[in-house]
Design a protein around this ligand. Structure first.
Ligand code: ADP
Length: 262
Protein backbone atom coordinates (compact mmCIF):
# COMPACT_ATOMS: atom_id res chain seq x y z
CA UNK A 1 0.00 0.00 0.00
CA UNK A 2 1.37 3.42 -1.01
CA UNK A 3 0.71 6.63 0.89
CA UNK A 4 1.89 10.17 0.14
CA UNK A 5 2.86 13.04 2.40
CA UNK A 6 3.15 16.57 1.02
CA UNK A 7 4.72 19.33 3.13
CA UNK A 8 3.95 22.75 1.72
CA UNK A 9 6.21 25.12 3.58
CA UNK A 10 6.66 28.87 3.48
CA UNK A 11 9.92 28.44 1.61
CA UNK A 12 10.09 24.93 0.14
CA UNK A 13 7.71 22.16 -1.04
CA UNK A 14 8.44 18.55 -0.17
CA UNK A 15 6.69 15.25 -1.02
CA UNK A 16 7.38 11.59 -0.32
CA UNK A 17 5.69 8.28 -1.15
CA UNK A 18 6.01 5.49 1.43
CA UNK A 19 5.22 1.80 0.95
CA UNK A 20 3.33 0.02 3.77
CA UNK A 21 4.38 2.65 6.34
CA UNK A 22 7.94 1.36 6.14
CA UNK A 23 9.92 2.23 3.04
CA UNK A 24 10.39 5.59 1.29
CA UNK A 25 10.01 4.85 -2.42
CA UNK A 26 10.16 8.42 -3.80
CA UNK A 27 11.10 11.88 -2.50
CA UNK A 28 10.93 15.33 -4.09
CA UNK A 29 11.95 18.79 -2.91
CA UNK A 30 11.52 22.13 -4.67
CA UNK A 31 12.97 25.28 -3.12
CA UNK A 32 9.75 27.31 -3.41
CA UNK A 33 6.73 26.97 -1.15
CA UNK A 34 3.09 27.92 -0.81
CA UNK A 35 1.59 30.24 -3.41
CA UNK A 36 4.05 29.07 -6.09
CA UNK A 37 4.14 26.12 -8.51
CA UNK A 38 6.29 24.25 -5.96
CA UNK A 39 3.44 22.17 -4.43
CA UNK A 40 2.23 20.93 -7.85
CA UNK A 41 5.80 20.29 -8.98
CA UNK A 42 6.66 18.08 -6.02
CA UNK A 43 3.28 16.31 -6.23
CA UNK A 44 3.65 15.49 -9.93
CA UNK A 45 7.38 14.84 -9.49
CA UNK A 46 7.01 12.32 -6.70
CA UNK A 47 4.32 10.38 -8.63
CA UNK A 48 6.59 10.30 -11.71
CA UNK A 49 9.62 9.24 -9.66
CA UNK A 50 7.65 6.33 -8.13
CA UNK A 51 6.24 5.48 -11.59
CA UNK A 52 2.62 5.62 -10.35
CA UNK A 53 -0.54 7.72 -10.82
CA UNK A 54 -2.82 9.28 -8.18
CA UNK A 55 -5.15 6.26 -8.26
CA UNK A 56 -2.27 4.05 -7.04
CA UNK A 57 -1.90 6.16 -3.87
CA UNK A 58 -4.24 4.99 -1.13
CA UNK A 59 -4.20 8.27 0.80
CA UNK A 60 -2.54 11.69 0.62
CA UNK A 61 -1.98 13.84 3.73
CA UNK A 62 -0.83 17.45 3.42
CA UNK A 63 1.01 19.39 6.10
CA UNK A 64 2.94 22.66 6.39
CA UNK A 65 2.06 26.33 6.23
CA UNK A 66 0.25 26.04 2.87
CA UNK A 67 -1.53 22.73 3.56
CA UNK A 68 -5.06 24.17 3.46
CA UNK A 69 -4.59 25.29 -0.14
CA UNK A 70 -3.61 21.85 -1.44
CA UNK A 71 -6.70 20.33 -3.08
CA UNK A 72 -5.16 16.90 -3.89
CA UNK A 73 -4.94 15.86 -0.24
CA UNK A 74 -7.48 13.63 1.52
CA UNK A 75 -6.65 15.22 4.85
CA UNK A 76 -4.42 17.91 6.36
CA UNK A 77 -2.47 17.76 9.59
CA UNK A 78 -0.33 20.21 11.56
CA UNK A 79 3.40 20.25 10.84
CA UNK A 80 4.14 19.87 14.54
CA UNK A 81 2.61 16.37 14.60
CA UNK A 82 4.15 15.46 11.25
CA UNK A 83 7.70 16.56 12.13
CA UNK A 84 7.56 14.58 15.38
CA UNK A 85 6.32 11.47 13.58
CA UNK A 86 8.79 11.87 10.72
CA UNK A 87 11.80 12.23 13.01
CA UNK A 88 10.71 9.25 15.12
CA UNK A 89 10.68 7.20 11.90
CA UNK A 90 14.09 8.47 10.73
CA UNK A 91 15.78 8.38 14.16
CA UNK A 92 13.85 6.09 16.54
CA UNK A 93 14.18 6.98 20.23
CA UNK A 94 14.60 10.75 19.76
CA UNK A 95 13.04 12.71 22.66
CA UNK A 96 13.54 16.32 21.45
CA UNK A 97 13.09 17.62 17.91
CA UNK A 98 14.23 21.08 16.89
CA UNK A 99 12.80 22.14 13.56
CA UNK A 100 14.03 25.31 11.87
CA UNK A 101 12.20 26.11 8.66
CA UNK A 102 11.88 29.13 6.42
CA UNK A 103 9.78 31.32 8.67
CA UNK A 104 9.42 29.57 11.98
CA UNK A 105 11.26 27.46 14.52
CA UNK A 106 9.77 24.81 16.80
CA UNK A 107 10.93 22.61 19.62
CA UNK A 108 9.02 19.36 20.17
CA UNK A 109 9.22 17.12 23.21
CA UNK A 110 8.42 13.45 22.43
CA UNK A 111 7.66 10.66 24.89
CA UNK A 112 9.46 7.31 24.87
CA UNK A 113 7.01 6.02 22.24
CA UNK A 114 7.70 8.96 19.90
CA UNK A 115 4.34 10.65 20.67
CA UNK A 116 4.16 14.43 20.96
CA UNK A 117 4.19 15.57 24.59
CA UNK A 118 4.70 19.30 24.25
CA UNK A 119 5.88 21.91 21.77
CA UNK A 120 6.88 25.56 21.61
CA UNK A 121 6.87 27.52 18.39
CA UNK A 122 8.28 30.87 17.29
CA UNK A 123 6.43 32.17 14.27
CA UNK A 124 6.23 35.80 15.38
CA UNK A 125 9.80 36.91 14.94
CA UNK A 126 12.20 36.38 12.01
CA UNK A 127 15.30 35.99 14.20
CA UNK A 128 15.98 32.28 14.61
CA UNK A 129 14.51 31.24 11.24
CA UNK A 130 15.78 30.29 7.78
CA UNK A 131 14.63 33.66 6.42
CA UNK A 132 16.90 35.42 8.90
CA UNK A 133 19.87 33.35 7.73
CA UNK A 134 18.94 34.01 4.09
CA UNK A 135 18.82 37.76 4.76
CA UNK A 136 22.23 37.62 6.45
CA UNK A 137 23.68 35.58 3.56
CA UNK A 138 22.42 38.26 1.15
CA UNK A 139 24.13 41.01 3.14
CA UNK A 140 27.35 38.98 3.13
CA UNK A 141 26.89 38.12 -0.57
CA UNK A 142 27.32 34.37 -0.06
CA UNK A 143 24.95 31.45 -0.83
CA UNK A 144 23.06 30.31 2.29
CA UNK A 145 24.28 26.75 1.56
CA UNK A 146 27.88 27.89 2.17
CA UNK A 147 27.32 29.46 5.58
CA UNK A 148 28.10 26.24 7.46
CA UNK A 149 31.38 25.68 5.62
CA UNK A 150 32.39 29.30 6.11
CA UNK A 151 31.69 29.41 9.84
CA UNK A 152 33.93 26.34 10.29
CA UNK A 153 36.84 28.63 9.29
CA UNK A 154 36.09 31.25 11.96
CA UNK A 155 39.10 32.24 14.09
CA UNK A 156 37.50 34.89 16.30
CA UNK A 157 33.69 34.66 16.10
CA UNK A 158 32.07 38.06 16.54
CA UNK A 159 29.20 38.57 18.94
CA UNK A 160 25.91 39.61 17.30
CA UNK A 161 23.96 41.14 20.16
CA UNK A 162 20.75 42.36 18.44
CA UNK A 163 17.82 40.07 19.09
CA UNK A 164 15.79 41.70 16.30
CA UNK A 165 16.43 40.53 12.71
CA UNK A 166 16.33 44.08 11.32
CA UNK A 167 18.85 45.40 13.85
CA UNK A 168 21.02 42.30 13.45
CA UNK A 169 21.23 43.04 9.72
CA UNK A 170 22.53 46.57 10.48
CA UNK A 171 24.94 45.06 12.98
CA UNK A 172 26.32 42.68 10.34
CA UNK A 173 26.73 45.55 7.88
CA UNK A 174 28.68 47.59 10.45
CA UNK A 175 30.87 44.56 11.30
CA UNK A 176 31.68 44.17 7.60
CA UNK A 177 32.45 47.90 7.35
CA UNK A 178 34.77 47.52 10.36
CA UNK A 179 36.74 44.91 8.39
CA UNK A 180 35.70 41.79 10.33
CA UNK A 181 36.15 38.48 8.45
CA UNK A 182 32.97 37.01 6.88
CA UNK A 183 33.70 33.64 8.55
CA UNK A 184 33.81 35.28 12.00
CA UNK A 185 30.58 37.18 11.32
CA UNK A 186 28.78 34.02 10.10
CA UNK A 187 29.89 32.17 13.25
CA UNK A 188 28.40 35.04 15.29
CA UNK A 189 25.13 34.84 13.31
CA UNK A 190 24.92 31.09 13.94
CA UNK A 191 25.51 31.59 17.66
CA UNK A 192 22.74 34.20 17.78
CA UNK A 193 20.23 31.88 16.00
CA UNK A 194 21.25 28.99 18.28
CA UNK A 195 20.72 31.13 21.42
CA UNK A 196 17.25 32.09 20.27
CA UNK A 197 16.16 28.57 19.22
CA UNK A 198 17.70 26.78 22.21
CA UNK A 199 15.57 29.04 24.42
CA UNK A 200 12.48 27.49 22.77
CA UNK A 201 13.85 24.00 23.32
CA UNK A 202 14.52 24.65 27.00
CA UNK A 203 10.93 25.91 27.41
CA UNK A 204 9.55 22.81 25.68
CA UNK A 205 11.72 20.56 27.90
CA UNK A 206 14.97 19.14 26.53
CA UNK A 207 15.68 15.44 26.87
CA UNK A 208 18.48 13.71 24.99
CA UNK A 209 18.68 12.26 22.40
CA UNK A 210 18.03 15.37 20.33
CA UNK A 211 17.52 15.61 16.55
CA UNK A 212 17.04 18.51 14.14
CA UNK A 213 14.64 18.65 11.19
CA UNK A 214 13.92 21.29 8.55
CA UNK A 215 16.09 22.79 5.85
CA UNK A 216 18.26 24.84 8.22
CA UNK A 217 19.54 21.60 9.81
CA UNK A 218 21.58 21.19 6.61
CA UNK A 219 23.73 24.05 7.90
CA UNK A 220 26.42 22.29 9.96
CA UNK A 221 27.38 25.59 11.63
CA UNK A 222 23.88 25.98 13.09
CA UNK A 223 23.82 22.37 14.29
CA UNK A 224 27.19 22.77 16.04
CA UNK A 225 26.12 26.09 17.60
CA UNK A 226 22.93 24.37 18.88
CA UNK A 227 25.05 21.52 20.30
CA UNK A 228 27.15 24.06 22.20
CA UNK A 229 24.02 25.81 23.57
CA UNK A 230 22.30 22.58 24.62
CA UNK A 231 25.48 20.76 25.75
CA UNK A 232 24.43 17.68 23.83
CA UNK A 233 25.13 16.02 20.48
CA UNK A 234 22.37 16.51 17.89
CA UNK A 235 21.44 13.92 15.26
CA UNK A 236 20.60 15.21 11.78
CA UNK A 237 19.08 12.62 9.47
CA UNK A 238 19.94 12.79 5.77
CA UNK A 239 16.25 13.47 5.01
CA UNK A 240 15.98 16.27 7.65
CA UNK A 241 14.08 18.61 5.32
CA UNK A 242 11.62 15.84 4.40
CA UNK A 243 10.68 14.94 7.99
CA UNK A 244 7.29 16.72 7.82
CA UNK A 245 6.33 15.04 4.52
CA UNK A 246 7.45 11.65 5.86
CA UNK A 247 5.35 12.12 9.00
CA UNK A 248 2.33 13.07 6.84
CA UNK A 249 2.71 9.91 4.70
CA UNK A 250 2.97 7.80 7.86
CA UNK A 251 -0.19 9.37 9.32
CA UNK A 252 -1.93 8.60 6.00
CA UNK A 253 -0.92 4.95 6.45
CA UNK A 254 -2.07 4.92 10.08
CA UNK A 255 -5.49 6.35 9.06
CA UNK A 256 -6.02 3.48 6.61
CA UNK A 257 -4.86 0.84 9.08
CA UNK A 258 -7.25 2.10 11.75
CA UNK A 259 -10.16 1.96 9.23
CA UNK A 260 -9.14 -1.64 8.36
CA UNK A 261 -9.15 -2.60 12.05
CA UNK A 262 -12.58 -1.05 12.85
P1 ADP B 1 9.60 25.51 5.22
O1 ADP B 1 8.98 24.18 5.55
O2 ADP B 1 9.21 26.61 6.15
O3 ADP B 1 9.44 25.89 3.78
P2 ADP B 1 12.17 24.13 5.24
O4 ADP B 1 12.21 23.24 6.43
O5 ADP B 1 11.91 23.50 3.92
O6 ADP B 1 11.16 25.33 5.49
O7 ADP B 1 13.54 24.91 5.22
C1 ADP B 1 13.74 25.99 4.35
C2 ADP B 1 14.96 26.76 4.83
O8 ADP B 1 16.10 25.86 4.80
C3 ADP B 1 15.29 27.94 3.97
O9 ADP B 1 15.42 29.10 4.78
C4 ADP B 1 16.62 27.57 3.33
O10 ADP B 1 17.47 28.67 3.19
C5 ADP B 1 17.20 26.55 4.31
N1 ADP B 1 18.09 25.60 3.63
C6 ADP B 1 17.73 24.69 2.69
N2 ADP B 1 18.81 23.99 2.25
C7 ADP B 1 19.87 24.49 2.94
C8 ADP B 1 21.27 24.19 2.93
N3 ADP B 1 21.80 23.26 2.13
N4 ADP B 1 22.06 24.87 3.79
C9 ADP B 1 21.54 25.82 4.60
N5 ADP B 1 20.25 26.16 4.64
C10 ADP B 1 19.41 25.50 3.83
Amino acid sequence: MLTMGVDIGSTASKAVIIRDGKEIVARQLVAVGTGTRGPQQVYQGVLAQAGVVRADIARVVATGYGRLKFAEADRELSEVSCHGRGISFLCPGIRTVIDIGGQDAKALALDLGGNLENFIMNDKCAAGTGRFLEAMARVLDIPVEEMGMLSAQAQHPVSISSTCAVFAESEVISRLAAGEQAADIVAGIHASVARKVSGLAVRAGVHAPIAMSGGVAKNRGIVEAMERELHSPITVPEDCQLAGAIGAALFAYRDLKSVERS
